[in-house]
Design a protein around this ligand. Structure first.
Ligand code: DAH
Length: 332
């Protein structure tokens, strides 16, 4: 066999073996056989160079290097091809039975809110939500809360130190009653809306109080809206959410923005549980938004959302809602 024949035979065999290697370990065996430095087939063909005459040697050496380079490149190309991840079709065995993946679920407060909106929707109330950062006009002034009212004490509210709106100081709203004003300012009666969202008060946190909680505000304004309308709507609402036989009670109370005002309780176990406040919109409030109190009347109510949810599910501590404990949340 001439040296050139030997080079050709080596190259053909090497390229075939490289192409046939099916995995990194097979390819490594091919490398040792064909490109091993100490022994193997490369050494055998190199031996031809040693036997060549000095005149032949430079040309033969060059051919040898070319062959070796081609085999080395083929080896490297195959190596990186085998290192690629398997294609999707071969990487996933579609015949293996699947395992169910647990997806998240809606927070119990969100579930309650959705249900509240749905129930009130049946009574013809649409949803109109307002901002959580408010000015004093919407949180206090227009709601007939006088400047010296204790509810305006900076220590009873989360005033924002840096932000200043063109309307003066701003705060995190302490009640959703703010939305009454916003809606009446931009709409003409008749109005029938609910507004649901977070409110903030620097209260001491305990089993029934939190510094951030949710309220649903209701507002109905029009000709001939009376206290009887208010009581019917609230009774229907409580019955719809809590079940057919709930006992709702209205107690005389006071709020600056309603006259008369009531507090709404529901019978629970051996006592009464307060659900929120309500009343007939004070004529001063109707005035403040440009309505004629001689022409239209209205009622409003503000209910704590967590209370309802706690009643229905037997939850005894409001803090559970905000701890993000999956063992609690996954029960709803
Ligand atoms: N905003 C009151 C509160 O947070 C609740 C309330 C009372 C809302 C009477 C009303 C209302 O709309 O008429 O304590």
């Amino acid at each position: 066999m001439t040296p050139l024949e030997a080079f050709g035979a080596y190259e053909t065999a090497a390229l075939a073996a490289i192409g046939n290697a099916q995995g990194p370990s097979e390819l490594e065996a091919v490398r040792i056989e064909f490109l091993g430095k100490k022994q193997g087939r490369l050494k055998d063909v190199q031996a031809f160079l040693g036997k060549a005459s000095p005149e032949e040697r430079p040309a033969l050496g060059q051919r040898f290097n070319e062959v070796k380079d081609r085999v080395t490149s083929a080896f490297e190309a195959r190596q990186s091809a085998l290192a690629q991840p398997e294609t999707l079709a071969t990487a996933i065995d579609l015949t293996i039975p699947g395992t169910p993946v647990r997806i998240g679920r809606e927070h119990p407060i969100s579930q309650t809110i959705a249900e509240f909106k749905e129930i009130m929707g049946r009574f013809g109330f649409t949803v109109d939500d307002g901002p959580e950062i408010e000015d004093e006009r919407h949180n206090f002034d227009a709601l007939n809360i006088p400047f010296d009212h204790p509810a305006r004490d900076p220590l009873e509210n989360f005033y924002l130190a840096t932000a200043q709106s063109s309307a003066g100081p701003v705060l995190l709203r302490s009640q959703t009653s703010t939305v009454q004003i916003r809606v009446m300012e931009r709409t003409k009666p008749p109005i029938r809306i609910v507004s649901v969202g977070r409110v903030y008060r620097p209260d001491e946190v305990d089993a029934t109080h939190h510094a951030m909680f949710h309220q649903m505000e209701g507002l109905m304004v029009g000709k001939g809206v009376t206290m009887a309308s208010l009581k019917s709507v609230l009774r229907l609402f409580a019955t719809s959410y809590l079940g057919g036989d709930v006992n709702v009670r209205f107690r005389p109370s006071f709020f600056p923005f309603t006259e008369p005002s009531v507090e709404v309780d529901v019978k629970w176990k051996n006592g009464w549980l307060e659900l929120g406040g309500a009343g007939m919109i004070d004529p001063n409030v109707l005035d403040a938004v440009g309505y004629d109190p001689e022409e239209v009347t209205g009622f409003a109510f503000g209910l704590g959302i967590a209370r309802f949810c706690m009643l229905r599910h037997g939850i005894t501590d409001i803090r559970r809602f905000y701890e993000n404990d999956i063992r609690f949340l996954s029960q709803f």
